[in-house]
Design a protein around this ligand. Structure first.
Ligand code: MG
Length: 240
């Protein structure tokens, strides 16, 4: 990847139903993330911001694949510490999906991590591949062969998570790696995007615009046109 250039753009929107935006995203030096907070009052916003801030600080101290996983664990602990300081508040937490550029000249790659259902897709040659693994009830059912992916998209329990930062003692982040190729686009998004749009629509829209800002904005506009029931956040990363 030595001769490859990375560009990124992001956008977030409250959507059409929620009163506040509890998503948070990060576009850093070789580090990109989307977090979707949950909890009463402003706690979801606190959790998602604390997650991305802790991730950035911890990863910059150890900018490796294992450093990224360790940074996710630190983010979990930071949120748990904060929640522990406010015992009268209901529990709060956040999902996280992050991509980092790691490795040396001979083995540069993207490493992805996620906890919860923030998704990371690779768009390559018009094909969309999910690199992240949802920690959700319906994803477990799909993996067990009990329902199909399209049934999961309409399932009444599709919002039920099986893990998130801040709500469990120890997280087990899902990890993946991909060797970048020129023309690749990575799409990080909160569930407010993929619960409104099919993967075909996400792929087509992400590929439609040369300009990453316009692509991110178009994805959000389409999610709102489809209902905008949740906060919507998109980060696009392009390899050229
Ligand atoms: Mg959401």
């Amino acid at each position: 990847m030595t001769n490859l250039t990375i560009d990124a753009a992001g956008a977030t929107d409250t959507g059409l139903v929620r009163a506040t935006n509890e998503d948070h995203h990060l576009i850093g030096a070789g580090l990109f993330a989307v977090a979707d907070g949950m909890g009463g009052a402003a706690n979801g916003q606190v959790a998602s911001r604390l997650a991305t801030e802790t991730l950035q600080r911890a990863f910059s101290a150890e900018p490796t694949a294992s450093g990224l996983v360790a940074a996710v664990r630190q983010a979990n602990e930071a949120i748990r510490d904060r929640a522990g300081n406010e015992p009268d508040q209901p529990p709060f937490g956040t999902t996280i999906g992050a991509v980092a550029r790691v490795g040396g000249p001979d083995d540069e790659r993207f490493v992805t991590v996620n906890v919860g259902d923030t998704r990371i897709y690779l768009l390559r040659d018009g094909q969309l591949t999910q690199l992240s693994s949802d920690h959700s009830r319906v994803a477990d059912l799909v993996r067990a062969g009990e329902i199909t992916a399209s049934e999961a998209a309409e399932h009444p329990e599709r919002h039920v998570l099986t893990s998130a930062l801040g709500v469990v003692d120890a997280v087990a982040p899902a990890v993946n790696h991909v060797r970048p190729e020129p023309g690749d686009r990575l799409i990080l998004c909160s569930d407010g995007l993929f619960n409104e749009l099919t993967e075909e629509a996400i792929a087509a829209t992400a590929a439609r615009h040369d300009d990453l800002d316009r692509a991110a904005r178009d994805l959000i506009d389409q999610a709102k046109a489809s209902g905008g029931a949740d906060n919507i956040t998109v980060v696009l990363v392009e390899v050229t």
